[in-house]
Design a protein around this ligand. Structure first.
Ligand code: SF4
Ligand code: ZN
Ligand code: ZN
Length: 305
């Protein structure tokens, strides 16, 4: 029997390749809880804080919500709330939302739901349709990500949250970094690593950014967290999924590389210039670096506004 490297007693259930450590169930759960707590730090886990958590019903957002709820439960004057966005993806999103609601009710987390339809007047499915008609070849995720980010920010802002927590794991962040490197998109790279200082932007935090996807999944399974595991029908079309395959191969051959991509990026980002969101968008009034914001740019291109 392989024994846990931490307690040196119980049976190991997980071998962490990059560290060479083995974990039993209890030591693994403790390890994740401690690591995420350390990622957030005392500046974030403190009194008088309200956190809006983007919850999709997938494993990442539910593990994040599970941990944040546990960290803040004993802290006076603190609150965590669930923010759920329905993009309008037929046959996919409804199931995730059901699971997200079930989770929030089980753990007594207040939650709010907003839809693309009420926010921009149409679903993601109809945006994709319209893009096809207009021969615009952009990936659905490009539209989806920009609009969802705006909705989550505004939901958190309306509810006076100090932070907006997003369940991106180590794999997600490493993929985003590499995508922007490969594209040579320094502007996006700079934004990825920093928060825009603006009264209309809620600071974003990524509590799981140092936890690899397979460890998030293992944590969810060990704790019996029920999550939505079907992939989005649009996800296979994405450039991101190609980068994900490349990074998985790299990690397989050289354990620890996903982590070093993210850690290296965090050191580098301090030196990248950030564009100030000085003006406001002439269509929607949201802060924007140019006179039309990214959301309105998409909607204009598709003749939705
Ligand atoms: Fe949106 Fe793409 Fe995620 Fe699907 S995979 S929910 S289209 S960002
Ligand atoms: Zn142990
Ligand atoms: Zn706008």
């Amino acid at each position: 029997m392989e024994v846990c490297s931490v307690c040196k007693e119980k049976k190991s259930i997980y071998y962490q390749r990059h560290s060479g450590l083995r974990f039993c169930r209890e030591c693994f759960i403790k390890y994740i809880k401690k690591k995420v707590r350390k990622t957030l730090g005392k500046k974030i886990i403190r009194q008088n804080v309200k956190i809006g958590m983007g919850i999709s019903g997938g494993k990442d957002s539910l593990v994040m919500a599970y941990l944040l709820r546990e960290y803040y439960a004993p802290i006076p004057n603190s609150e965590v709330i669930g923010l759920i966005v329905d993009e309008g993806i037929e046959g996919f999103r409804k199931k995730g939302i059901e699971i997200a609601i079930e989770f929030c009710e089980k753990y007594d987390i207040p939650y709010y739901i907003a839809t693309f339809e009420e926010y921009i007047g149409c679903t993601l499915d109809s945006i994709v349709e319209r893009a096809k008609e207009k021969n615009i070849t952009a990936n659905p995720c490009t539209f989806c990500g920009v609009i969802r980010r705006r909705i989550l920010n505004n939901m958190a802002l309306e509810r006076r949250c100090n932070y907006l927590a997003i369940g991106h794991n180590l794999d997600d962040v490493a993929q985003a970094v590499m995508m922007n490197y490969i594209e040579g998109d320094i502007k996006k790279l700079a934004i990825l690593g920093r928060n825009i200082e603006h009264p209309k932007f809620v600071k974003r935090i990524k509590p799981l950014k140092y936890i690899p996807e397979d460890e998030v999944k293992l944590f969810a399974d060990l704790l019996g967290i029920k999550y939505h595991s079907e992939p989005c029908p649009y996800s296979s079309l994405s450039y991101r999924s190609e980068i994900s395959d490349i990074l998985d191969l790299l990690e397989e051959r050289h354990p620890g590389r996903k982590y070093s991509i993210v850690a290296g990026f965090e050191r580098l980002v301090k030196y990248l210039p950030v564009e100030k969101e000085r003006g406001v968008c002439k269509y929607c009034g949201n802060p924007s670096a140019s006179d039309v914001c990214k959301v309105c740019e998409i909607l204009k291109k598709l003749n939705i506004i």
